[in-house]
Design a binder for this molecule. Sequence first.
Ligand SMILES: *[C@@H]1O[C@H](CO)[C@@H](O)[C@H](O)[C@H]1NC(C)=O
Ligand SMILES: *[C@@H]1O[C@H](CO)[C@@H](O)[C@H](O)[C@H]1NC(C)=O
Length: 337
Amino acid sequence: MGRRNIEPNSILSHRLILPLVCFASCGLVYALLSAVLANSRGRVSEFGRFVEDGAAAENDGGCCRGIQNLELWGAAVKWGSEFKFNDSQGCCNACKAMCSGKDGPCLCDTWVFCGDRKLCGSKFGECWLKKQKDSLAPERQEGAPPGEVVGWTSGLIFGKGEGIIGLETEYGTLHIKLLPDCAPHSVAYILELLALHHCAGCQFYRAESRGQSWDSEGNHIENAAFGPPYALIQGTLEAQGTTFNKLPVEDCPILRRGSVAWIGSGPEFFISLADHSEWKHEYTVFGSVLPEDMHIAEKITTLPTIADVWNHVNVTVLEKPVPLLLRRIQKSHVDEI
Ligand SMILES: *[C@@H]1O[C@H](CO)[C@@H](O)[C@H](O)[C@H]1NC(C)=O
Ligand SMILES: *[C@@H]1O[C@H](CO)[C@@H](O)[C@H](O)[C@H]1NC(C)=O
């Protein structure tokens, strides 16, 4: 039961000391920043205070987050001049209400709310509901002068069959449903990567099976240790030649089998092969692998690995990293999902 004492953060965040996988783009400053962040967040976890850290999970399917000072464009399905709310939550919920069934299809995929009393003036409270031509490439308001701060907050809603991207590997394509209402900044970053059409350097470099600790559905086996192995595949999502800006902490629900989450503020990420309730509310989850594709993640954990120790944590690193690519998928593929 000594495993319980291992800091979840140390299980996941110390691969930067591994020279093998440290790219030219991951400079010393970034490594230091990551270490500092990991440590400060780690201290918090010792006191079990993540709920008060603003990182806690919202209700299942109940997120309504957006990005401040962003005005998304698109065809209006509901004019905001006469449609007002006191907070962005109301506007977001109005957009969600335009999805038929539990979550889609949605007549509205974008909500734009003017919530800054000073910047908005008479527009304060306006809620515009919109539908993008292409929800994976939402349009921004282009008219505003550069540098002007807008009082708008915008969010995306992906209904049934929408917002699914492919994480392509040589072992198959993992379909990932993005969660913009829970992790809007993270999803905006993923959509930027998608638009780049390349992801040079993106790869999985660590793979650990469920071992004797979690069953094939990801449930923890009674009295078993919580790893190692830790039931995850870990990698990086940073395209060479681009500048990566640290991502903020967003919604951090309990990790489920299939959860796709950042380690700290990215670009290191992992896919969880099990329900990791022992890691509490610590990682920003921005997507979820469709269940029928989890065999691809399982396959990756069977590849040859090398044992290593990162900050006193036993890990297994892939002998050959698995390159990955973000791509759009055929719509017909996901119409029924
Ligand atoms: C919004 O705020 C105003 C003023 O505080 C209040 O009168 C009104 O009832 C609120 N509306 C809603 C929908 O909460
Ligand atoms: C890590 O591996 C070493 C060497 O195989 C082993 O002696 C040690 O018990 C392992 N530690 C944990 C926490 O599993």
